[in-house]
Design a protein around this ligand. Sequence first.
Ligand SMILES: Cc1ncc(COP(=O)(O)O)c(C=O)c1O
Length: 494
Amino acid sequence: MPKSAPASSLPPLQLDRASATPLSRQLHAEIVRVILDGRARAGVRLPSTRNLSAELGIARNTVNSAYDQLAAEGYIESRVGSGTCVASSLQGQALRAVTGDAQQRDAGTRRHLSQRGARAYAATSLADAFEGTDPRVGHPDLDAFPFATWKRLLSRQIDALARSRFGYTAARGYEPLHEAIVQHLARTRGMSAIGEQVIVVSGTQQALDLCARALLDPRDRILFEDPGYIGARMAFVANGLTLSPVPVDDAGMDVARSPVRTARAAYVTPAHQYPLGSQMSLARRLALLEWARSCDAWIFEDDYDGEYRYAGEPLSSLASLDASGRVIYIGSFSKVLFPALRLGFIVAPAELARRIASIRGFVDRASPMLEQATLAAFMEQGYFAQHLRRMRALYAERRALLLAALREHGDGSLDVLAPETGTIVVVRLPDGVDDTAVAKAFGNEGPLAVLPMSGYCMRPPIRAALLVGFTQARPRDIVPATKALLSTIARLRR
Ligand SMILES: Cc1ncc(COP(=O)(O)O)c(C=O)c1O
């Protein structure tokens, strides 16, 4: 190696004086690039700071600062008597790990997933059935949420919470929130749980994934409502479970009609079957509990919007009938408060709850403390119950207007299912009308939100029907929007 290498011992370096990135950062990145792509190999001597600054027309300090950073990161080293060189440890072998072969570099990134990752990724394609339709079905009316109260309670928590609450917190969640949830369930769902049974999670989606991972193994069979909730289906498929569809009618899932006798678990929405809207009858509830006992299975009860019952108080949960600890109850605040809050909960036998919470700790440690504490205050101070009453009245009015408009302006050929619970109405379509085509043609920006039932079906007969979400529709917009929907159906019927 020559004693004093010329500045050109490095290939040409490109700096952009117009860029907002400081020149020393750019120089650093350029030298890293030529080292990593093999154009400046281990041992190659770098120009002196004086030569390089003269060659590039930049301040010597700028070069000093780039060299200092490169040395600190191990790309270059100073050798007594021979100046600054590319570090000797950066031999071909070491570099190959970061540079890869040419083909890989062309692709820009490695895209291989593990088998488990590929299975989970493939599960996301189940949502393709809804592409181009309206994801807002059943979403709460966010304009009606008391954000001013929420803001006041949230900022109060910053002062009120002990500073230790802002460190790493318990995976099972904030104790006062457990208590508030337990009281709410006792009042509205006939449940006599204790705080130790509750795990606060980031919504139903996390709850389902956790239950699958903690309680079931890949290839375990799970009974699944058909039609059924796509979010649950994706979580179970992603976890490698074998889903066994079980028919649903106006009394909920009928375990007696399951094509298989045994399974390790069943997933159900008894308060308000999603997406048909039916309530599971007491006889079916008892039959399901007996089935679970007979084959030692878990039941995952997703009680996602049982709060919105228009003909009286919410129904008692399936979990309230269970004395054997087989029912894992899952609740969410997405429908009553707002989906971006990402708070929900699992109620399980206390020892199991402790174990599931420990597993949850690996995923994201715990739910955010400020939101948990704000929600606890919102519930303790009566705002939750008040908001629920208000929303129930608001949605009851919108639902009644939608049903009246369908009756008045429909031609009698549509069969309308109007469950007493929930945030959707189901409109069965005449034979030969494709529900996906109607949902797409109707668009996704109007007051009513529409999804095709067929996307939720696992087996024929596929029911062509529309899920019509009314929660975000202002009363004055409901008649014109219903007429627009009816004329879309009529157009596609021809
Ligand atoms: C059946 C069902 N369960 C649960 C949820 C809520 O999910 P999350 O709590 O993850 O927002 C929804 C939302 O659409 C749902 O339809």
